[in-house]
Design a protein around this ligand. Structure first.
Ligand SMILES: NC(=O)c1ccc[n+]([C@@H]2O[C@H](COP(=O)([O-])OP(=O)(O)OC[C@H]3O[C@@H](n4cnc5c(N)ncnc54)[C@H](OP(=O)(O)O)[C@@H]3O)[C@@H](O)[C@H]2O)c1
Length: 248
């Protein structure tokens, strides 16, 4: 993709897009951008107050009225994901895309200081939940003329490094999941699944991974919106099963 990519103002008109981790950072910016380009967004996160704020912001820019789904990806089991998909189907009638942006992260530490409870959280929120939620939503995605699912990867998932531990392992698994889904869904040209690696971005999560860093020295979430719009929209229709790194 050309980093100066610009899409039509109504490129996502009529689409319904679910965004996890919509309360902050990249998920928040992408959800607002999708609404600005005409999509009805389903906002998912644990914190209802944060979702309320995005809801108001979308109405303030005259975007289609969003739907809010306060939901804990770590606590959900198969039936919880099925119920969530059923609720989306009941209220919004269709689904044309999912941006999986939610993430669990604790701290950068050597493996011998990481706990099983932390690993379970990171593997569940960052890897198993994107799988289970996508699977639960597949019937709706199959019915869409052009469905795009975006997993959010990580540079250290692509190239693991010391201290990134369970977070890197969970993100690495997303790349495998992308390849496997890509091959299994080859027979469905209307559904594409890819992993997008944002690279360093100023966000609440980045302040946890790099607490001493000057946030002003980093790209801001809206700098990456061309990538998020391109991969969700019709111009990336032929891109499937790929891991893509954002470059600025
Ligand atoms: N920032 C970077 O430099 C960077 C670099 C590479 C990759 N990424 C990836 O980009 C994505 C977005 O990260 P970000 O930087 O924008 O961080 P962020 O602002 O901390 O966003 C993460 C979101 O995940 C949600 N979340 C966490 N646990 C959840 C759970 N159990 N159930 C539902 N939602 C949950 C949080 O919302 P609630 O607390 O409201 O639930 C939060 O809004 C992540 O996948 C991250 O791994 C970020």
């Amino acid at each position: 993709m050309n980093p100066n990519y610009q899409t039509q103002p109504d490129s996502l008109k009529g689409r319904v897009i679910l965004v996890t981790g919509a309360g902050s950072g990249l998920g928040r910016e992408a959800a607002i951008a999708y609404a600005r380009h005409g999509a009805t967004v389903a906002l998912l996160g644990r914190n209802e107050t944060k979702l309320d704020a995005i809801y108001d912001e979308i109405l303030a820019i005259d975007g289609p009225e969003p739907a809010m789904f306060p939901f804990d990806l770590e606590a959900a089991d198969d039936s919880g994901f099925e119920r969530l998909a059923g609720t989306i189907s009941y209220h919004l009638k269709r689904l044309d895309g999912i941006l999986h942006s939610a993430a669990s992260f604790f701290s950068l530490t050597p493996l011998n200081q990481q706990t099983l409870a932390q690993w379970n959280s990171m593997l569940k929120v960052n890897l198993a939940a994107p799988f289970a939620l996508t699977r639960a939503c597949l019937p709706m995605l199959e019915a869409s003329p052009d469905a795009s699912v975006i997993f959010t990867g990580e540079t250290h998932g692509h190239k693991p490094a010391a201290y990134w531990g369970g977070y890197a392992v969970s993100k690495s698994g997303l790349e495998a999941l992308t390849t496997i889904f890509g091959q299994e869904l080859e027979r469905l040209p209307n559904i594409r699944i890819n992993t997008l690696i944002p690279g360093p971005v100023n966000s609440p999560l980045r302040r946890k991974t790099h607490p001493g860093e000057d946030p002003g020295s980093l790209p801001q979430p809206d700098d990456l919106l061309p990538w998020y719009l391109w991969l969700m929209g019709p111009d990336s229709r032929d891109v499937r099963g790929k891991t893509i790194e954002c470059t600025l």
